[in-house]
Design a protein around this ligand. Sequence first.
Ligand code: PRT
Ligand code: ZN
Length: 283
Amino acid sequence: MIRIAIQTKGRLNEQSVSLLRDAGINIEENKRKFLTKAGGFPLEVLYLRDDDIPQSVAMGAADIGIVGMNEVAEKGFDVEIVKKLGFGGCRISLAVPKTERYESVEYFNGKRIATSYPNILSRFFEERGVKAEIHNIAGSVEIAPAAGIADAIFDIVSSGGTLVSNGLVEVERVFESEAVLIANKELSAEKRELLETLLFRIEAVLVSSGKKYLLMNLPEEAIKEAIEILPAMRSPTLMPLAQPGWYSLHSVVEERELWDKVDRLKKIGAEGILVLSVDKLIV
Ligand code: PRT
Ligand code: ZN
């Protein structure tokens, strides 16, 4: 049995649960329980605030966890970063009121900065020889400058909308983050093996995301060009059709490249193009 800590509610909860579900793990969310047993895999789910996940994994209250890299870096607990998970992407940035003239990080010398990430910020300032007053505040950091309790902020940014609506501009991107799978560094052999199995499944889910399966009919003379348009894991699958001179071609493509490839394939004579979603891709 292995125990995973995930966020109880908040931005990472839904995607953590759906990643585990896509990996074949049956999680019944019972909001009143903080520890539940999953089906389909020897796994227990421990629901925690994201701030507590690095520590719980470092101390062994949970064996593994899903949490933002920002929390791992801020808390500084010694855990293994097993895998970047491709969701929860954001950055932690310094932002100043848009009326300020900003030229370089020296601007922050002697300034008061509000943040919930004092450790990451003080490391950044130390590296650059900046001496600023860091105010650790929980909650709405972005209102601190307008409230007159800080000159600048250091906070999570994703779209940038929150900064704009508070009259702030991002001036330094300090830390890039996304959700990561972390593990206790001293897992037993049995738990390590369960982690490997889980990781194998998670990788199959991650690899398939954003991929499409493409099928089409193609005249023989277009095959060479089609293979250039569609480099696949080995090469595209090609099967002769009953009608002489025609083939069926199958390949997996990145969704973001789909329309560009489809346009090019149509130009060289592809017909009956069928696009399917990829559920799992085991490489
Ligand atoms: O209750 P608990 O402590 O578990 O949750 P929380 O309130 O501390 O965290 P939560 O759920 O807000 O975020 C969890 C994790 O999601 C963070 O630690 C990040 O790793 C990640 N993440 C990704 C974000 C954002 N994007 C994000 N945009 N966390 C917070 N924000 C906030 C940010 O603080 C700011 O207020 O969204 C606002 C900025 O968003 P934009 O789009 O306007 O720039
Ligand atoms: Zn939190």
